[in-house]
Design a protein around this ligand. Structure first.
Ligand code: ATP
Length: 217
């Protein structure tokens, strides 16, 4: 279970999140919608341990974020969380395969047989087998985004966090990526929290959350 209790966050005098509480079970897909500036990305960053709330508690699978030291937070992020952003942040000088395996290299140990097995399963599911040796600049935007999703999944994250993952894709690629998320949820029981502007991409969500004026509507 992911549990947020009374999360609040201000920037200066501007209250961005006002006592937000939320529970997300395993295999649930949650969409976060809301007007620009309503705090969607801020909430996602707090859940992703990239920003601290001013108050409130978060637990993921029994681990309290408050109890983690800075070093533990980095390890927790790398092992438990997967991130996909609108601008996928792929490393331009590395091939797609190297980009996908990057989180495994960070761990420092050699890739195990089960890492390789998962890698194969991921690239097959995402349909990106044929582009593995290419550089990110040599593939399309939709393909780049699928590589970013593969990289986010390679550590088997407890929670996949996606911030406007379809934001720079055309409609067709956006729908393909969303269909992939739906498949990851159905087949892999992947828990996903996605910020989106596109309310067409929420039909399979277990929870749709509208943020407005710092609160869930
Ligand atoms: N580092 C910061 N310092 C000060 N204010 C910030 C900072 N980051 C965000 N804000 C402000 O906090 C508010 C919420 O920002 P956030 O990016 O979470 O909104 P959002 O709902 O994701 O917006 P969008 O849909 O436009 O991406 C905005 O008014 C923004 O200007």
């Amino acid at each position: 279970m992911l549990e947020l209790k009374n999360i609040s966050k201000s920037y200066g005098t501007q209250l961005i999140l006002d006592n937000i509480s939320l529970q997300v079970k395993e295999a649930e897909m949650v969409s976060i919608l809301g007007p620009s500036g309503s705090g969607k990305s801020t909430l996602l960053q707090i859940i992703g341990l990239l920003m601290k709330p001013d108050s409130g508690q978060i637990h993921l699978e029994g681990v309290s974020y408050q109890d983690l030291t800075e070093k533990d937070q980095a390890t927790f992020r790398n092992q438990q969380l997967g991130f996909v952003f609108q601008f996928h942040n792929l490393l331009g000088e590395f091939t797609c395969e190297e980009n996908i395996k990057f989180p495994l290299f960070i761990k420092g140990s050699a890739l195990s047989a089960s890492d390789e097995e998962l890698f194969t399963k991921i690239i097959e599911t995402l349909g990106i087998k044929d582009i593995l040796k290419k550089l990110p600049s040599q593939i399309s935007g939709g393909e780049q985004q699928r590589v970013a999703v593969a990289r986010a999944l390679i550590n088997r994250p407890t929670l996949l966090l996606a911030d406007e993952p379809t934001g720079n894709l055309d409609n067709k690629n956006a729908e393909t990526l969303y269909a992939l998320f739906v498949e990851l949820k159905a087949v892999w029981q992947q828990r996903i929290i996605m910020v989106t502007h596109n309310d067409k991409l929420t039909s399979h969500s277990d929870q749709v959350i509208y943020l407005n004026s710092g609160r869930i509507e």
